[in-house]
Each structure stands twice: as C-alpha cells, then as structure tokens.
Design a protein around this ligand. Structure first.
Ligand SMILES: NC(=O)c1ccc[n+]([C@@H]2O[C@H](COP(=O)([O-])OP(=O)(O)OC[C@H]3O[C@@H](n4cnc5c(N)ncnc54)[C@H](O)[C@@H]3O)[C@@H](O)[C@H]2O)c1
Ligand SMILES: [Zn+2]
Ligand SMILES: [Zn+2]
Length: 360
C-alpha cells in the first residue's frame, strides 16, 4: 500500500476512565512518521495483564497515573506501510511484517542499554503507557527497534510472543535451573504461564510443576507440565511440591501472576540454593514475601531476582522458537469492541492462555 492510499482516520481503543475497567473505540488522525520512524498497519494485538495494571493504575511502581485517552497494548503485529525521513539505512522496509513490544523505544546510551538490557532502558518509552500502544490500527515506531516477524509464523499467534513469550524466555534464562531440574510455575495457565511451561519443559527440559486455579489444569498439562497443582483444590501447595520433589523442593520458582498470595510463599517452594524469579507485578497493596527473612535466605542460600520483559535479541530468539513450533500460543481472537469484556474476564482469572485482538 502506498502512503497515498492511507486513510485519514483510523480506529483505536482507548482507556476512557483509567482506574476502572472501561475502554472505548475512538477515531484518530493518521500520524506521519518522523525522522527515523516507520508507520505500521497493525493487524493483531495480544492483551497482557500488564495492560490491565496500567489501565487500573494498580501498580505502586507506576511513576504517573495513566491518562484518559491512552491507547494501551504492547503485543502488536502488522506491516510497515510508510517510512519516515532518514530511514534509508534501516534494516526494515515497506511491506515487512514487524512486531511492537513493551519497550517501544530506547535511548541506546544508558547503563542498561549498553549492557544489552534494553528492556530496562532508564528513559525507554513504554508502549501503551504515555506512548500510544497496539490497541489501534496504526502505530509509529523507531525503524531500528521493531522486531521482525519470521515468515510462516501466523500474526495472531506471533503477537503474544512479543511480551508473554519473550518475558518468560528471559525469566527462564535467569532461573539458574538446568535440564532435569524441578521448576515451579505460579500462574501456569495464564498468558505468560502457559508459554513458560512450554519453554521450560520443551525447549530446556525442566520438570515443570504448574500451579494455578483448577480450571487451568488442561492448558497447563497440555503445555508440557509434569504435574499440576490446583490452588483451590490443595490446602498446602508447598507440601505438595515437596512431595513431588523427593522432599527437597524446586530448583527454581517463576512467579507469573499479579496475585499477592502467590508471592507470599514463593520462597517456601525452593530447595537449597534455589532461586525465585519475580515477573508478575503485584497489584494494589503488595504483601511481603513471607519467608524472605534473612535467616532463611542465609541457611538455604536462596536467591530472589527480578526480570523485566526481555531484550531485543531475546525477542528475536523467542520468535524463532515459535516459528519452529517448539512453543505455540493458545489463544482466542476477539474484535476491538470486546476489549472491556476481555479485561473483566482477565480480572476474574477466567482466561486460559491469551486473547488476541483482530484489529482489522
Ligand atoms: N516482568 C515483566 O516484564 C512482565 C511482563 C509481562 C507481564 N508481567 C506480569 O506478569 C503477570 C502475569 O501476566 P499474564 O498476562 O500472564 O496474566 P494472566 O491474567 O493471563 O495470567 C495470570 C494467571 O495467574 C493465575 N493466578 C491467580 N492467582 C494465582 C495464585 N494465587 N497462584 C497461582 N496462580 C494464580 C490466574 O488464574 C491466571 O491463570 C502480571 O502481573 C503481569 O503484569 C510482567
Ligand atoms: Zn505484557
Ligand atoms: Zn537506555
């Protein structure tokens, strides 16, 4: 499509009442790519629990409240339709399929960027928070920071890899667990969780114990978990994990839920030398990790690390795993009009896997 064929207006879903679950479709003016930017015609966006955190202003760590009119979303896939000035040397071109992830643009010069941790850029722009996100038909992006989508990978299936996929891939690389080790995944049936089970069990070869509500049992086991523990069916999940691990506990725990209760006893699942990887972002009033007492940490040589999405290199690697079919998102597709209902379902913990919005 040449730029002359582009419509003057297009559709976006915005948060019209931040602090509550409410979205509205608006018509926006077609933006013009500036120097170094590309304009992308998005076809799909995944819906991540972090979008809900931003919409509800639910995170204590958010520096500023989300404003009404914010276009959310950070798992976008579409085609480049226009290149801005000064993009002659860009590695992408018009017609190419690319992805947008949580970090929409980076400074390239801060300590995090220089260390290859661009997802933690000190002055990065976040897609869907003070930067228009992917719940819209067109979006601007720096030409050099889009993620190419491999040929043969369906756009709807690719979208959730741009946040859920890369986040769990990166978190597992930080888990310090080897093939054959036990890994507990909290929130194993969610958007991040079901992909984490797949990466952990299939790509790395961990022995996965998935924990979630019993309604998620099928998706967790079919994603490759060796065992499933339903939090609503098991009085003492820590004791259940000990029993499944010869009384010793797991080598690593991934916390992939915003639920404070999951964090509270996350350290209790660990064996000597084990590591908790914090990924889920607690909402409202976080509670302390119960056993994170210095004495327990010392006696069992435990570690707690945090993990923010993943680098651009990890995003490319993640999409390769998806293109080869090692991991695959389980998703259902909804229209833009359905976003409010999707967030309501998400808040009630009813979504297994991911919901992807068809933006056409
Ligand atoms: N650190 C990062 O870079 C990063 C990136 C993406 C998402 N996140 C965060 O990760 C979390 C998960 O995101 P998602 O999109 O997968 O959410 P989701 O809503 O799709 O999945 C969360 C899952 O947790 C389950 N759950 C709820 N309470 C639980 C409990 N007590 N124990 C075990 N499981 C429980 C739910 O049933 C659900 O299956 C959110 O907090 C999100 O903001 C962090
Ligand atoms: Zn996300
Ligand atoms: Zn930076």
């Amino acid at each position: 499509m040449s730029s002359t064929e582009l419509p003057k207006k297009y559709k976006a879903v915005v948060y019209d009442k931040p602090g509550t679950i409410s979205t509205k479709i608006e018509e926006l003016d077609m933006p013009e790519p500036g120097p170094g930017e590309v304009l992308i015609n998005l076809t799909h966006s995944g819906v991540c629990h972090s979008d809900m955190g931003v919409m509800l202003n639910a995170w204590k760590t958010l520096p500023f409240p989300t404003q009404a009119g914010q276009v959310g979303g950070h798992e976008g896939v579409g085609k480049i339709v226009k290149m801005g000035p000064a993009t002659e040397t860009a590695a992408v071109k018009v017609g190419q399929r690319v992805g947008i992830k949580w970090m929409a643009g980076i400074c390239e010069t801060c300590e995090a960027c220089r260390a290859g941790h661009d997802a933690s850029c000190f002055s990065g722009k976040v897609s869907g928070y003070y930067t228009p996100g992917t719940f819209q038909q067109y979006v601007l992006s720096p030409a050099n920071y889009v993620t190419p989508i491999p040929d043969g990978l369906d756009s709807a299936a690719a979208a959730p890899q741009l946040c859920a996929g890369v986040t769990v891939y990166s978190a597992l690389r930080k888990a310090n667990a080897e093939a054959g080790n036990f890994v507990v995944i909290l929130g194993a049936g969610g958007g991040l969780g079901h992909l984490a089970v797949q990466f952990s069990a299939r790509a790395i070869g961990h022995r996965v114990i998935g924990i979630d509500h019993s309604s998620k049992k099928d998706i967790v086991l079919s994603s490759g978990a060796e065992h499933f523990i339903g939090i609503d069916e098991t009085a003492d999940a820590v004791a259940a994990v000990k029993e499944l691990t010869n009384g010793l506990g797991a080598h690593a725990v991934l916390v992939l839920t915003a639920n404070n209760a999951a964090y509270a006893n996350s350290l209790d699942y660990l064996r000597f030398g084990g590591r908790v990887v914090c990924v889920g972002i607690p909402e409202h009033d976080p509670v302390p990790i119960k056993s994170a007492l210095p004495g327990v940490m010392v006696a069992k040589a435990l570690q707690v690390v945090g993990s923010a999405v993943g680098s651009r290199k990890e995003a490319i690697d993640t999409l390769e795993f998806a293109a080869r079919g090692v991991v695959g998102t389980k998703f259902r597709v909804e229209k833009m009009e359905g976003l409010t209902k999707i967030f309501e379902e998400m808040e009630q913990g009813k979504i297994a896997g991911r919901v992807v919005i068809d933006l056409s």
